[in-house]
Design a binder for this molecule. Sequence first.
Ligand code: COA
Length: 331
Amino acid sequence: MTIRITGTGSALPEKIVTNFDLQELVETSDEWIQKRTGIAQRRVSTGETVSALAAEACKRALEMAGKTAAEVDLILVATCSPELLLPCCACQVQDLIGAADAVAFDLNAACSGFLFALNTANAYLQTGIYKNALIVGSEVLSKLVDWKDRGTCILFGDGAGAAFVEASEETCTYENGRRAGMECMVQGSDGAKGRVLSCAERALNSAFYAEDETISPYIQMDGQAVYKFATKQVPACIQQALDKAERTVEDVDWFILHQANVRIIESVAKHLKAEMAKFPMNIHKIGNMSSATIPVLLDECNRNGMIKRGDRIVLSGFGAGLTYGASVLVW
Ligand code: COA
């Protein structure tokens, strides 16, 4: 069985918010933000919804794959910022793109969401339950961010990315001897440390009980704790995935990492003793879009021709949960 990503797509809100714009809102500076995070600007929704961005990204991915929405078997949307609690975003996307025969549901693993969704789809496809899947990461984090909190509002952005994944019975071997498909995946969760990055839903308020404490509806983060977690856990799980696949860092062409902070990515590269040139980044222009960062970067690298068939890619995500994971695949 071969599993291949045959189409990618992305969609971003039009509005660009620069670090200079943020200087008007909180006590910060372009210099501080760029130095500590690598971010210069991000996209912010002025009405674009999680489902609309996701649907646009899906349409582009399907167009690249040469498929119609009617052919889609499974839609998995990874999001932690849907505009509706019910129905789920994936069902909204199903309706928006007209994928009437698909099964659709959401998955929330925060910034690891797209990776976990891809691995979930891979399991469905490997077992023959479905033949293809649209995997999406879509977020409008701007509504979860406290725009008075300089520790978090500088980091996040809005956007969506999608990938169309297809299974085929035949194996596909490239000229370089590599076989297309997923070689290995490692996933992990550490719920005991979940408090370092959280965002509350509505407080309990029913006919029988009401919470009297006012719960902040915004993202709460211990930045340093998240930083330590990421710089320790990400290289470890990438190494674990490579070991499991019996590959080395040198066998990998591209490391597509969750775009949270340039310094985290540089630290991961250093730990792995991998060249920085193998770590494409777009965080400077779009910030951290949680589950959307990996598919948006993947789409960018696919469309600009950087990623070629036969390349070996490591995808790695990490974030709230805490969750983390790495997958090794041949494009
Ligand atoms: N502008 C200017 N100063 C700021 C600031 C901002 N936006 N945010 C914090 N500071 C200040 C702090 O108040 C502190 O000042 P003090 O020394 O007078 O107390 C100083 O800068 C250092 O703060 P600190 O929190 O130690 O900075 P840092 O180097 O850890 O950088 C983050 C902060 C958030 C950029 C960094 O911790 C980080 O990226 N963590 C990971 C977060 C992440 O990726 N989350 C998503 C995971 S998916």
